[in-house]
Design a protein around this ligand. Structure first.
Ligand code: SF4
Length: 472
């Protein structure tokens, strides 16, 4: 590995618009544009050297200085770093729309199954959703006592409101004809906002508004590959929902290695572009893991220059794959015993509470996770892969990596670990991969449960898990 390079002319300075609060052990930076506040720890001595002296001289001060300057570069905190993205953001805040970005060929066509209104997570409802539905005459729906929604506490003490469901887990407004009763009586614009948008998801990034299929439709992949383009589906829906706010989390390449999302979005796009329709899902997951590892490594050692991170990632992704590394299959299998069991415990908790209604999906996800753990522990193997399902997985992986599910709390490794679990849970579903896919898509992305915390805690197991996948 060659030593990181430094552009001789580059003289790093902190951006003048940042607000700094420096203490003996703290260096708190507030970015007024992103409204992001970050404590970088005891780096005040190094920040004081960013006074116009050349990067080469700074780096000669030692590894710690080099690392701090690189971190500031990766966080867009140096003058010039991320300037094009910040210009776009300023324009957006002035009311100029960011470009619409969709996956090439992405489509959506409702298959009319009504499956989105069964066994789904019907919320959270916004205040506007509640006010709009409360203003309607709901007497035709035999809701009985109480409002049309139920409140569920969050770990932070607040509560979210969700549409009430029947014993079978269907929305109380779903009619026997599989039609939405609110839509049929009062028009589509009276439904909760998430119903109007389903299954589209909109992610406002500094590079554009990414609109994609969240992959939670029971008819996926038919619904995701037929009908009009996602662009036209979005054109119909966009006026019905509030404009999405910018979602610009920090990307954590590793503990203590943060990076601005703008450096990482091209990595995700490169990963999406490499997914092949007919590839075995395990091969795809392992390819994605290898690309992620190369991009992470490149960013963490990138040249210190304005274009350094971009150039490093580009070179790393274009380079031939490195030769095989030692496999950590046993470690991966152990992780695939522990993590699914821990997740199953979380989902099973409501099942043991007297009087608490648990929808069928809850029982299914618990059973599927325990089945995965059993297979990883040397018990009954999972059913063989269904080659007919490969296009489904290619579509699903693309949509995930194009959208916000590419990260779990800013961690790409945790997100890729979740994709591995999606694949295993789908295989473990008695009704087959397709039913299992929607089960996993709907249940393994619940930030208000400790699911994300467990995935983040297990992210260091990603490489071993990828090694273990072929044996399951
Ligand atoms: S309100 Fe209508 S569209 Fe929304 S979940 Fe209920 S039945 Fe489905």
């Amino acid at each position: 590995m060659s030593a990181p390079t430094v552009e001789p002319e580059f003289a790093p300075r902190l951006r003048a618009d940042l607000h700094i609060e420096a203490g003996p052990d703290t260096f708190v930076v507030t970015d007024p544009l992103l409204r992001r506040r970050l404590d970088l720890g005891a780096i005040g001595d190094i920040a004081a050297k960013l006074d116009g002296r050349a990067a080469g001289a700074l780096v000669a001060d030692g590894a710690r200085t080099e690392q701090v300057v690189r971190t500031l570069l990766l966080l867009h905190m140096l003058e010039g770093a991320g300037e094009p993205e910040r210009n776009r953001l300023r324009a957006s805040q002035r009311g100029e729309p960011l470009p619409l970005v969709t996956l090439p060929g992405a489509r959506f066509s409702c298959q009319g199954s009504g499956g989105c209104c069964r066994n789904y997570i019907f919320g959270p409802l916004t205040d506007a959703d509640v006010a709009r539905v409360e203003a309607l005459d709901l007497t035709p729906f035999a809701l009985g006592a109480g409002p049309f929604y139920e409140s569920r506490p969050r770990p932070d003490g607040r509560a979210d409101r969700f549409l009430r469901t029947t014993q079978e887990g269907a929305c109380v407004f779903l009619e026997e004809t599989n039609r939405c009763g609110l839509h049929a009586r009062y028009g589509g614009t009276q439904k909760p906002g998430f119903c109007q948008l389903f299954p589209l998801v909109a992610w406002q990034t500094v590079l554009g508004l990414r609109v994609y299929d969240g992959g939670e439709c029971v008819s996926f992949p038919a619904s995701a590959s037929e009908g009009p383009s996602i662009e036209s589906a979005w054109e119909e829906a966009r006026g019905l929902v509030p404009a999405p706010a910018l979602y610009h989390p920090l990307v954590h390449l590793a503990p203590g290695a943060p990076c601005d999302l703008a450096w990482f979005l091209p990595v995700l796009d490169a990963m999406v572009a490499r997914i092949e329709d007919r590839a075995h899902p395990v091969d795809t997951l392992r390819m994605l893991g290898a690309l992620l590892a190369r991009a992470e490594h490149a960013l963490r050692r990138c040249p210190i220059s304005i274009e350094g991170p971009h150039d490093a990632v580009k070179a790393a992704l274009a380079a031939p794959a490195p030769s095989a590394r030692p496999t950590r299959e046993l470690e991966g299998r152990a992780a695939l015993v522990e993590l699914p069991r821990a997740l199953a415990e979380i989902f099973a908790a409501p099942l043991s509470q007297p009087g608490r209604k648990a929808p069928p999906f809850t029982r299914e996800i618990v059973a599927a996770l325990l089945r995965v753990a059993e297979a990883a522990d040397g018990g009954a193997p999972l059913p063989p892969e269904d080659p007919a399902g490969r296009p489904l997985w290619a579509l699903s992986f693309r949509q995930h990596l194009f959208g916000q599910r590419a990260l779990v709390d800013g961690r790409p490794r945790a997100a890729l670990l979740r994709l591995c679990l999606d694949w295993l849970v789908a295989r473990a579903h008695p009704a087959g991969e397709r039913a299992g896919h929607v089960l996993a898509a709907r249940r393994l992305d619940m930030p208000w449960q400790p699911v994300h915390r467990l995935l983040v805690g297990a992210e260091s197991a990603l490489d071993p898990v990828l090694d273990a996948l072929p044996s399951l």
